[in-house]
Write a protein that binds this ligand. Structure first.
Ligand code: BV8
Ligand code: ZN
Length: 252
């Protein structure tokens, strides 16, 4: 029981027949991963992420964009999943059916023990050739993360530039993951949206799809999230506090 969480919300999550968990950068914030809304720092301080996270930016200056992603990849290897990631993995273990959809490009859900994670925006850890799409596995970056421009490696089969395995603005989302995410949103009885500003499309449509299909929708965010449907709730607070409570207070 928690004073700020109505029992009906607790029940909607813990008794869900099919729970969809939809996460954004906010679920990784308490692990120390910068959210997209956080201003960029250092070498990229003067850029809006949405400008850098594009194929145009990469074609214009591959080293500057690749350097940014390599810095983020190095930082990611130095952080750990937090209690919210672990509570989500627990919900996946104890509930009858859970579909986990993330907008994040980190691997913290997987490292917390989650499985079958639907990555709508790709992954920092799956670089591929910009030209022929051949995967280009990379060793963990050596040494301290450095904010610098870095020439991307060349594809071993066609010589093209290697690019990050993320979905850039203006690029299509992975078809299978998006179709599975939309299908789950339209057939679940409860959707838990954690740490997203709801600004990036088409991922931002997912909570509304669930509401329209009659599901209970619960938003977890330190900022208030406007609720527009009868069975929609905004739980104001950090994921690291609220999600373990929704998962039954277990901390493992
Ligand atoms: C596409 C990978 C078809 C890269 C990312 C006008 C209107 C509508 C749409 C558009 C438009 N103009 C253009 C578009 C389309 C565009 C878009 O949506 N633009 C937005 C900016 C308006 N979308 C696309 O381009 C998508 N593709 O549409 O394809 C197409 C094809 C060809 C031509 C045209 C169209 C591709 C979108 C994917 C982009 N790639 N990531 C990378 O990571 O570098 S998205 C990127 O931003 C992140 O991955 C993340 O998914 C997203 C940011 O969203 P959030 O996860 O919500 O994170 P954010 O920082 O915003 O918010 C964090 C939240 O956490 C906050 O609310 C905060 O309060 C909260 N929080 C903080 N601390 C905590 C917390 N919550 C809980 N606990 C805490 N402790
Ligand atoms: Zn290639």
């Amino acid at each position: 029981m928690h004073p700020d969480i109505p029992q009906s919300v607790m029940d909607a999550v813990q008794q869900a027949r099919h729970l969809v968990i939809f996460t954004g950068a906010g679920v990784s914030a308490e692990s120390g991963v910068q959210t997209f809304r956080d201003a960029l720092t250092g070498l990229w301080a003067e850029f809006d992420p949405a400008q850098l996270a594009t194929a145009d930016a990469f074609m214009r200056d591959p080293a500057q964009v690749w350097g940014w992603y390599e810095w983020r990849r190095a930082l990611l290897l130095r952080v750990q999943p937090n209690v919210a990631h672990r509570a989500i993995a627990r919900l996946q273990r104890v509930l009858p059916k859970v579909t986990l959809i993330t907008q994040n490009v980190d691997d913290l859900h997987e490292r917390a023990g989650s499985s079958a994670v639907l990555h709508l925006h790709g992954s920092l850890l799956a670089p591929r050739c910009f030209d022929c799409a051949r995967p280009h596995p990379l060793a963990p970056p050596a040494g301290e993360p450095v904010q610098q421009a870095v020439q991307p490696p060349r594809c071993s089969s066609c010589g093209g530039h290697v690019r990050p395995g993320v979905v850039w603005f203006g690029e299509e989302l992975p078809e299978r993951a998006l179709a599975a995410a939309f299908a789950a949103a339209q057939s679940c009885d409860c959707l838990l949206s954690i740490g997203t500003s709801g600004l990036v499309h088409p991922a931002a449509l997912i909570p509304t799809m669930a509401s329209r299909a009659g599901a209970t929708v619960i938003h977890v965010n330190p900022d208030p999230v406007p609720v527009r449907h009868a069975a929609e709730y905004s739980l104001q607070g950090p994921a690291g506090l609220i999600v373990p409570l929704l998962a039954g207070g277990w901390l493992d």
